[in-house]
Design a protein around this ligand. Structure first.
Ligand code: SF4
Length: 440
């Protein structure tokens, strides 16, 4: 029987807002499951919530601003609710977040996600209105596995957290701590559980997943091989991997895998070797070019997306031009262009040359145009090829959408029977659809 004793938050209505990366989505999903186990229900669109949970991002100053806006919006919509804030912004600036109008409870990235702790914190708040920063916010961080499904039928499986690289522009190691991971056997169990729940596509997520294994004496390639050996009707994507950790051996294995998709997301950050040194990245452009070449030799149809930052401190016109020229030569499908923003506590602030905002904007536009050219060329090169699509559930104006293994977004007339199913498809200029996640 459901009682207040075994379901301490029975009947409380909760809403979730998640900003930022797929890891945050996976972690929100874990907290959501816990709250539901404690008796909470998800609030409907017109309901007044009792608890609002916001998982924030802090990758740029814009991300912090979006967090503040989300908090303010929820406070207006749910004036009586407990507002709980978690994520990188909360971890990096707990006192600032706690001072925001409406915030009641601040949880760090280190939150232990165990029911008794969460229960105590939330119950304390429910019974005794008072602003609280969770005790755990400055403690040593552990690894907490999580997995979430989005409305596009993909599941995001967290395999690693934190980063030891300390690139000079980045606050993520400050927010998420040192590199750590779960055991391969535990991750396999989580993957199998997701498959049992209907997952047909699993995205391996983490902060620096190529660095997997630091805490368990294993490595990322072993994880890839173990997942590949799971005999199920499922495919995997690797969310993003540092170029120096993407070994040739792994590329060759992925080229023959039936389950890992020919889809790569590789952070470059700059195509100028001088800038890579300023950023303290662990490779130069020759290594990056070699990785792209090797992928395309064994998987010519592979989709490769590349992250680039424009306007970082020290990026002179000459360095930017080196970057643009290098990117032009790369056989990749898309650039994810980010404009540098100053982050407190980073070593990049010691570099004296600051790129003016107007120049940053101009550089961003140049690389966005280059990205669009590359994307169109990639789409064009795939017309007439055969692929396998996994159809998603959403119906938009009578159409349904899905991604092929090499990350082409395609569409067809909506048919409920196709949802979450693989189907062979011939790519034509009629069924190819724009990718809404071009800025992801
Ligand atoms: S590899 Fe560099 S950019 Fe990526 S999370 Fe680690 S420190 Fe940040």
């Amino acid at each position: 029987m459901k009682t207040e004793n075994n379901l301490p938050l029975l009947g409380k209505k909760v809403v979730f807002t998640t900003l930022g990366c797929k890891l945050n989505f996976a972690e929100t999903s874990t907290i959501g499951k816990m709250l539901i186990q404690m008796g909470c229900e998800r609030a409907g669109k017109t309901d007044k919530a009792d608890i609002c949970f916001i998982n924030t991002c802090s990758v740029t100053e814009v991300a912090n601003r979006k967090g503040r806006q989300a908090i303010s919006k929820l406070r207006k919509k749910h004036p009586e609710a407990i507002i709980v804030v978690s994520g990188c912004y909360a971890q990096l600036k707990p006192d600032e977040v706690l001072q925001l109008d409406g915030v009641d409870l601040v949880l760090g990235m280190n939150h232990k996600f165990d029911l008794p702790q969460l229960l105590t914190q939330i119950k304390a708040k429910l019974e005794q209105p008072k602003k609280i920063i969770a005790e755990d916010i400055r403690k040593v961080m552990d690894f907490h596995g999580s997995c979430s499904a989005d409305d596009r039928t993909r599941h995001f499986l967290k395999v690693q957290d934190g980063c030891d690289y300390f690139c000079t522009y980045c606050t993520i190691p400050l927010a998420r701590g040192r590199s750590r991971n779960g055991k391969i056997e535990d991750i396999l169990k989580q993957a199998k559980m997701a498959i049992d729940e209907g997952a047909r596509e699993i995205v391996l997520s983490g902060v620096n997943i190529g660095d997997f294994g630091k805490t368990t004496g294993e490595n990322f390639f072993q994880l890839v091989k173990a997942l590949d050996a799971v005999e199920e009707n499922v495919r995997y994507r690797i969310s993003s991997i540092e170029p120096n950790l993407l070994t040739d051996e792994m590329i060759d294995f992925l080229a023959t895998s039936q389950r890992f998709t020919p889809h790569f997301h590789i952070p470059l950050q700059s195509g100028s070797d001088a800038m890579l040194d300023i950023m303290h990245r662990r490779y130069h452009t020759d290594l990056f070019a070699q990785k792209v070449k090797r992928i395309k030799q064994s998987m010519p149809h592979a989709f490769i997306g590349v992250d680039v930052i424009v306007g970082a401190r020290g990026e002179t016109e000459e360095y930017f031009e080196q970057c643009r020229a290098f990117l032009e030569t790369l056989d990749v499908a898309q650039l994810h262009v980010f404009t540098y923003s100053e982050r407190e506590g980073t070593r990049m602030l010691q570099i004296p040359y600051v790129v003016p905002d107007k120049e940053k904007k101009k550089r961003s536009e140049i690389l966005h145009q280059l990205s669009e050219q590359k994307l169109q060329a990639f789409y064009h090169s795939q017309i007439g090829t055969n692929a396998t699509v996994l159809w998603e559930s959403k119906a938009i104006h009578g159409k349904m959408y899905g991604f092929t293994e090499n990350y082409l977004r395609v569409m067809t007339d909506y048919d409920a029977k196709k949802v979450n199913r693989f189907e062979p498809i011939l790519i034509t200029d009629q069924n190819i659809a724009p990718n809404p996640s071009a800025e992801a």
